[in-house]
Write a protein that binds this ligand. Structure first.
Ligand code: G3H
Ligand code: 13P
Ligand code: NA
Ligand code: ZN
Length: 328
């Protein structure tokens, strides 16, 4: 059944678990998430970025979610807009049946320019008003994702803040977080503590200097009842990098967010953990491996099925690691 983010995260808080939020763009990814969830009895957050919505088409996405709900009637499913950039994006998501939206007012509507605090409060508050009128949930974001190692915003995939950011911008201020939640009434708050989107988060295994999990603890102390969200939370595990490269891919050595750090976050109020990159790498490694072995193959099902299975494995693993398994 379709549920709101608020409903699911309230349950997660009550029972001390986290929920991975997986990005989808197509049928195989949607099927993978639900196949994994139903195999371990986990509730689901599926999210679609603006890019996903234009790739798949809103009608196609909405009908796909309807299909997944019908196929898995016992699994609670949140359909969430990832990184909404404006009131219009959030409103149209709700109109297409999303039960939750992210208004990312940490950036201006162009999705690149860091916004000032007042802009973020105002636009987020307006989205909360409209979403709550119609029974949808809202995730806000305070602080800009980017690297504490280099001070840079996001680069390689062309979305997120551009250019150099100050240390202040890259770490959510706990006192400001308290004020932000009080003013906006968001259902969940995404925070910045050194993660970034994509595969290239850290040039070494992260420690407290480049992944500031202590910021989460400080925010949780001030906001014990607020559901926290970690973006950029793919772990980019070594075995996926190795599988990708063994199949002919070329991915330079990189580090993601270690699962044990996420598990620590879950002890301090992190309830939603955004994961896209791990699924992308797993699927593409499987496609490369399949096509590398069978150079004459041209039936898309022959490589999309293994890709889907590789994503199922990643999703099932996170459901188990975050304590989501058994909570549906
Ligand atoms: O926000 C980042 C997610 O990985 C979605 O990425 O905008 O390429 O669909 P996307
Ligand atoms: P990753 O790129 O680490 O998977 O993060 C995804 C994300 O934060 C989507 O909003
Ligand atoms: Na999100
Ligand atoms: Zn994100």
């Amino acid at each position: 059944a379709l549920v709101t983010l608020r409903q699911l995260l309230d349950h997660a808080a009550e029972h001390d678990y986290g929920v991975p939020a997986f990005n989808i763009n197509n049928m195989e990814q949607g099927l993978a998430v639900l196949e994994a969830a139903s195999s371990v009895d986990a509730p689901v957050i599926i999210q679609a970025s603006r890019g996903a919505r234009s790739y798949a088409n809103d009608i196609m996405l909405a009908k796909m979610i309807e299909a997944l709900i019908a196929m898995y009637p016992d699994i609670p499913i949140v359909m969430h807009q990832d990184h909404g950039n404006s009131e219009a994006t959030c409103a149209s998501a709700i109109r297409f049946g999303f039960s939750s939206v992210m208004m990312d007012g940490s950036l201006k509507a162009d999705g690149k320019t860091p916004a000032d605090y007042q802009y973020n409060v105002d636009v987020t508050r307006r989205v909360v008003d409209l979403a709550h009128w119609v029974g949808a949930s809202v995730e806000g974001e305070l602080g800009v994702l980017g690297s504490l190692e280099t001070g840079e915003g996001e680069k390689e995939d062309g979305h997120g803040a551009e250019g150099k950011l100050s240390h202040d911008q890259l770490l959510t201020d706990p006192a400001q977080a308290e004020d932000f939640v009080a003013r906006t009434k968001v259902d969940a708050l995404a925070i910045a503590m050194g993660t970034s989107h994509g595969a290239y988060k850290f040039s070494r295994k992260p420690d407290g200097a480049i992944l500031a999990m202590n910021v989460i603890e400080q925010i949780h102390q001030r906001l014990p009842n607020t559901h926290l969200v970690m973006h950029g939370s793919s772990s980019v595990p070594q075995d996926l990098q190795d599988a990708f490269n063994a199949a002919g891919g070329e991915m330079p050595q990189t580090w993601g967010v270690p699962v044990e750090e996420i598990q620590r976050g879950i002890k301090f109020g992190v309830r939603k953990i955004n994961i896209d990159t791990d699924c992308r790498i797993a699927m593409t490694a499987a496609i490369r491996a399949t096509l590398g072995k069978n150079k004459g193959e041209f039936d898309p099902r022959k490589y999309l099925k293994p890709a889907q299975e590789a994503m199922v494995k990643v999703c099932r693993q996170r459901y188990e690691e975050f304590g989501t398994a058994g909570q549906a």
